[in-house]
Design a protein around this ligand. Structure first.
Ligand code: PEP
Ligand code: MG
Length: 596
């Protein structure tokens, strides 16, 4: 076979952290360790138990050492992810289960560990929720670490880049967050793995550190060898092994364009979000983790328009307490770089809670006992979060947002519980902000019909277009077969947004959009024209939205909104919008005209 046939071999994975990296492969050998499976004699059982206990102790020490050895302040902020791994090691149920298995089945410690972990992993696999399924990765990292200690006496997963000359791209079957955190960024320009998904901890760390990364490539470790040249595209999820000169040139040029664009974005991030004629619109960020705050600051968010608090519940073995909530929210309240933080109360339910809260199995969880409905039923769970927010509100500008409201009664009940929490804290002399702003998500279609009534009850609305579109157009937002019907410019959706804004403003309250629609640059003129007060989005997109906003006139946007509202189909509106935008921003929308 000729040499050229080996060039440009391309693989597609899941893009998890943006950017392009080009470099030499540094293959991290973390091949599977063979688990020897032995029955042990009665008199040797306790030796196996001791082996497992000492491995757990050692793994805990190693992880603590990793945490302590992080010299870089920026990186240390993400070390909390290692805590999630320490939590697994400290889990009594997990620990006792392995010891019981050794004793009852009289098998060696490695085999017992393997059995217990396999049992846990198979129940993770059955979970419908992608986020929870990916938590299996964390358990797998701990499994590998314990196994390595028991078999080899130490865990070898730590990435040793001391021998590397120049920057390399780490290729590994998997990369634990502990490994990722320890990467010497002067030596590593990106990483790619066989397994993993977008919400795995490793991916979260990669995004926070802004290292390009692609995961879930299947068998990349079997397809490359050390010193192969490789290109990774963290936006498209593409990996090119041994690119030819032409391909390399193309990606070097793209890399250069991206780096110029990034510099330009970081400059725009610092500018005001206002139209050419001085109309201000607040641009907020949506976050799930405190670790994202660096990006939020860098990319120029004024505040947090949506803090999805679900992760606080999912990252713990036990339910978070009032004080757990308080400590997290206080950090946000005290952050001087942002002007406000909107804390959305728990938006979970159905199958996602199976292990911690007893909820009936539901046929249709999207319409089941979730979000505010669950919170009004599980009052203690709800009050712990509300009290946590209130306590933290004494330290800075926090706002509360209730999700999935369908009618007035729910808002009144939620507010009554909030008042109850305020009275309890007041009688315990705990300070809090009595004037804390209360908002609701407008995402169940019924609420858009009664926005005039709801506006009397709250201080602000936040339109959740992801769910609003799902429920009003009756299309599952993650079902690929009906995704063609997911139309933000559907006349019904636009009319619902318009009515919500008009009713909010008539009642002198603010209205924001925190669904994905707010972060789509194409929709900026229409959202400006409809009069939204805030757009909240993934932080990376903020500079682009600011750039578009700054290039538009508000008068023009209002006219454009009128024109689009008069159209009778999403398709027609989209074509019109793309044509207008291509004229005004040819470099951003020039190509999009051909995709309608
Ligand atoms: C929405 O529904 O638009 C929203 C912002 O909430 P989530 O995506 O968390 O349901
Ligand atoms: Mg929603």
């Amino acid at each position: 076979m000729n040499q050229r046939e080996f060039l440009n071999q391309t693989m597609k994975g899941t893009p998890v952290s943006s950017g392009i990296a080009i470099g030499k492969v540094y293959l991290l050998e973390q091949g599977k360790i063979h688990v020897s499976k032995r029955s042990v004699r009665e008199e040797n059982v306790e030796k196996e138990v001791a082996k497992f206990k000492s491995a757990t102790k050692r793994a805990t020490e190693e992880l603590n050492r990793v945490k302590e050895s992080i010299a870089d302040d920026e990186i240390r902020k993400h070390a909390f992810i290692i805590d999630a791994h320490l939590l697994i090691l400290q889990d009594r149920y997990f620990y006792d289960d392995i010891i019981d298995t050794i004793r009852k089945q009289r098998i060696n410690a490695e085999w017992a560990l393997d059995r217990v972990v396999s049992k846990f992993l198979s129940s993770f696999e059955k979970m419908e929720d992608l986020y929870l399924r990916e938590r299996a990765q964390d358990l797998n990292h701990i499994y590998q670490r314990l196994l390595q200690i028991m078999v080899k006496g130490k865990a070898s997963g730590v990435v040793d880049t001391t021998g590397l000359r120049g920057k390399a791209i780490i290729v590994s079957h998997d990369l634990s967050p502990a490994d990722t955190i320890q990467l010497d960024l002067n030596k590593v320009s990106g990483f790619i793995t066989d397994v993993g998904g977008r919400t795995s901890h490793t991916s979260i760390v990669a995004r926070a550190l802004e290292i390009p990364a692609v995961v879930g490539l299947g068998s990349i470790t079997g397809s490359v060898k050390n010193n192969d040249t490789i290109i990774i595209d963290g936006d498209e999820g593409i990996v090119i092994i041994n690119p030819d000169a032409e391909m390399r040139k193309e990606y070097v040029a793209r890399q250069l364009r991206l780096s110029v664009q990034r510099k330009e974005f970081l400059r725009i991030a610092r500018l005001k979000s206002e139209t050419k004629d001085g109309f201000r619109i607040r641009v907020g960020a949506n976050i799930e983790l405190l670790a994202e705050m660096d990006i939020v600051e860098r990319y120029g968010a004024e505040g947090i328009g949506l803090y999805r608090t679900e992760y606080i519940y999912l990252s713990r073995k036990v339910l978070p307490t009032e004080m757990d909530h308080y400590h997290i929210y206080r950090k946000l309240a005290e952050n001087k770089a942002i002007k406000y933080t909107t804390i959305r109360t728990l938006d979970l339910g159905g199958d996602k809670f199976a292990s911690k809260i007893e909820v009936p199995k539901e046929i249709n969880p999207a319409m089941g006992l979730r979000a505010i409905r669950l919170c009004l039923k599980e009052v203690d769970l709800f009050k712990a979060q509300l009290r946590g927010v209130l306590r933290a509100s004494a330290y800075g500008p926090l706002r509360i947002l209730f999700p999935m409201v369908s009618g007035l009664e729910e808002v009144r009940k939620a507010k009554a519980l909030l008042r109850e929490c305020m009275e309890e804290l007041a009688s315990a002399h705990v300070p809090f902000n009595e004037e804390i702003k209360i908002g609701i998500m407008i995402e169940v279609p019924s609420t858009t019909i009664i926005t005039d009534l709801l506006a009397r009850e709250v201080d602000f609305f936040s339109i959740g277009t992801n769910d609003l579109i799902q429920y009003s157009l009756a299309i599952d937002r993650i079902n690929e077969y009906v995704s063609y019907l997911y139309e933000p410019l559907h006349p019904a959706v636009l009319r619902m947004i318009k009515k919500t804004v008009d009713d909010a403003h008539a009642a002198k309250i603010e209205v924001s959009i925190c669904g994905e629609m707010a972060g789509e640059p194409l929709y900026v003129p229409i959202l400006l024209g409809l009069g939204l007060d805030e757009l909240s989005m993934n932080a990376y997109i903020i500079p682009k939205v600011k750039k578009i906003t700054r290039g538009l006139g508000h008068g023009y946007c209002r006219e454009l909104a009128k024109e689009i509202l008069s159209k009778d189909s999403a398709r027609e509106s989209e074509y019109f919008l793309k044509r207008e935008m291509a004229n005004m921003f040819p470099e951003d929308f020039g190509k999009s005209l051909h995709t309608t």
